[in-house]
Design a protein around this ligand. Structure first.
Ligand SMILES: Nc1ncnc2c1ncn2[C@@H]1O[C@H](COP(=O)(O)OP(=O)(O)OP(=O)(O)O)[C@@H](O)[C@H]1O
Length: 485
């Protein structure tokens, strides 16, 4: 069998010394190289033949690297483009990524990084890493691969799918915005699955759920003896996601001090574990998500502008379910199939037209996750092949089609009879779904505390012996929104 021919690359730079340096570095990696000193020269060569990748300086005598990128984009060419920008010109890097560059490098180019970036553009992974027995496990999901698809035919969800398809191919950081439960993590996974990193790890981290004093160790890892209890070396999320994608959920909850450290790692592309003396390179694609308006957080001084700028190169907004109610039927069918399969129920129950109509009159403050919970319960209640409106358990008085979304949306979420808070009183009939029952108890307690403290989360948290971070996390989990007190 003949080995695959070596990849051919085009290097575009007007400085002969730098061109030679890049050429030598790449030749040593076994690639074949052509070079060009100007935009015109580059386009001429690109018209004559195709390449696996194009590496171009931003500043060229007769134009800019962006001209080469735009030409590639317009001609529908498959070449991956890597742009080299001047040191400190973040604008250029962002512009290049938006114009479709696979990745960028800043001058002076670190040759080790140069090799890594070119390798990852060509789908080559760095040398296999020894598995780390104590690496933090990625958040596991019981969702099967087929169920991980973003279901829906509404204009809004098609637009999201088209963007996912497009950005999957580059390294550009993506910020996914949307209310809780809209499917942000699903979007992040889809981006990962559409790109060259699909075979690598997808590590999901809920930034709001990690105690502040552990953030650095969790993100960057630590060395044995770095602090009390550090009995062995341990990798952090960045090392665990090396070669793959790191999904930073609820990025808006990251404290300012940690934001600075994260920015540094993103810029330098290397991490230093707590207690280590040296940094090691990491090759990670960052996808972050938030339900907050991050631009407003920046304006309020709670989020670093430079980090926002770095993470927000490409933005995907996942619309709330109430803005795409036409997808209810498809999404419900997909969710029911998954729930029935997990519960071993066959055939999969279906919604009657009346049930679907009832659902479409509900605002779903908790979005798809709330729909999923509701269908879970409905399936248990219905017990047959059809799920009717009555099985949904949505009280009639919730339906007011003209109402605007309440600031306290979750108050309108169906809550089972609130448990008695004084003392411990067990329900007469034991719950059939303990996890859901306990969620409802927790929701009722949180709402009562929030009401008592006029929705001031700090005060409500204190009254329950929780920190602000803890109550925020619990509220997000239970889809309780109560403004930004
Ligand atoms: N379009 C969709 N089709 C099918 N299932 C979906 C869709 N969107 C979301 N889901 C399901 O809804 C649930 C919630 O989605 P996901 O966890 O991605 O939301 P999220 O926005 O990340 O939530 P949070 O903000 O609370 O972290 C998951 O079980 C997911 O599989």
């Amino acid at each position: 069998m003949n080995p695959a021919p070596p990849a051919r690359l085009l290097v575009v730079d007007d400085e002969p010394d730098l061109r030679t340096l890049y050429e030598l570095t790449l030749l040593r990696e076994g690639y074949e190289i052509d070079s060009a000193g100007s935009v015109a020269d580059a386009l001429e060569q690109l018209q004559a033949r195709s390449y696996s990748a194009v590496i171009t300086d931003m500043k060229l005598p007769d134009g800019s690297g962006l001209d080469v990128l735009r030409w590639l984009e317009q001609a529908g060419r498959p070449e991956k483009a890597i742009v080299i920008t001047a040191f400190g010109s973040a604008e250029n890097a962002v512009e290049a990524l938006k114009a479709g560059a696979f990745d960028y490098l800043t001058k002076p180019v670190d040759l080790r990084q140069f090799r890594l970036v070119v390798g990852s553009a060509l789908g080559r992974q760095p040398a296999a890493r020894a598995p780390d027995p104590v690496a933090p496990p990625p958040r596991e999901s019981s969702v099967s691969a087929t169920a991980l698809r973003l279901v829906g035919e509404s204009h809004a969800i098609r637009a999201v799918r088209a963007l996912v398809d497009k950005v999957g191919r580059s390294m550009a950081p993506v910020l996914v915005q949307g209310e809780s439960g809209t499917g942000k993590e699903l979007v992040a996974r889809a981006i990962h699955d559409h790109g060259a990193r699909a075979g690598q790890r997808f590590v999901a981290v809920n930034c709001g759920a990690i105690p502040e004093n552990l953030l650095e160790a969790e993100f960057f890892g630590y060395r044995k003896g770095a602090f009390t209890g550090a009995n062995e070396d341990r990798e952090g999320f960045f090392q665990a996601a090396d070669g793959g994608t790191l999904f930073l959920d609820e990025i808006g909850d990251l404290p300012l001090a940690m934001q600075s450290k994260l920015l540094r790692v993103i810029q330098e592309r290397s991490v230093r574990p707590v207690g280590a003396t040296a940094e090691s390179p990491v090759n990670v694609r960052i996808v972050s998500a938030t339900h907050k308006d991050l631009a407003a957080e920046v304006a309020a001084g709670r989020f670093r502008q430079d980090l926002f700028y770095r993470l927000n190169v490409i933005q995907i907004r996942v619309p709330p379910l109430r803005e795409r109610l036409e997808d209810l039927g498809l999404i419900s069918a997909r969710l029911l199939a998954r729930i029935a399969q997990d519960a071993g129920v066959s055939p999969t129950p279906r919604l009657t037209p009346a049930a679907l109509q009832t659902l479409s009159r509900y605002a779903f403050p908790g979005n798809v996750r709330e729909l999923e919970n509701l269908l879970h319960r409905a399936l248990a209640l219905a017990g047959g092949e059809w799920i009717d409106a009555d099985d949904l358990g949505l009280p009639d008085d919730l339906f007011d089609e003209g109402r605007s979304e309440s600031q306290f949306g979750a108050l309108e979420t169906p809550v089972a009879a609130a448990p008695v808070a004084e003392g411990l009183s067990l329900p007469e009939q034991l719950p059939s779904d303990l996890a859901r029952y306990l969620d409802e108890v927790e929701r009722a307690i949180l709402l009562r505390a929030l009401e008592q403290h006029r929705f001031n989360r700090t005060a409500a948290a204190a009254s329950l012996g929780l920190s602000l971070r803890q109550i925020r996390y619990r509220m997000a989990r239970l889809a309780i929104s109560a403004g930004d007190s």
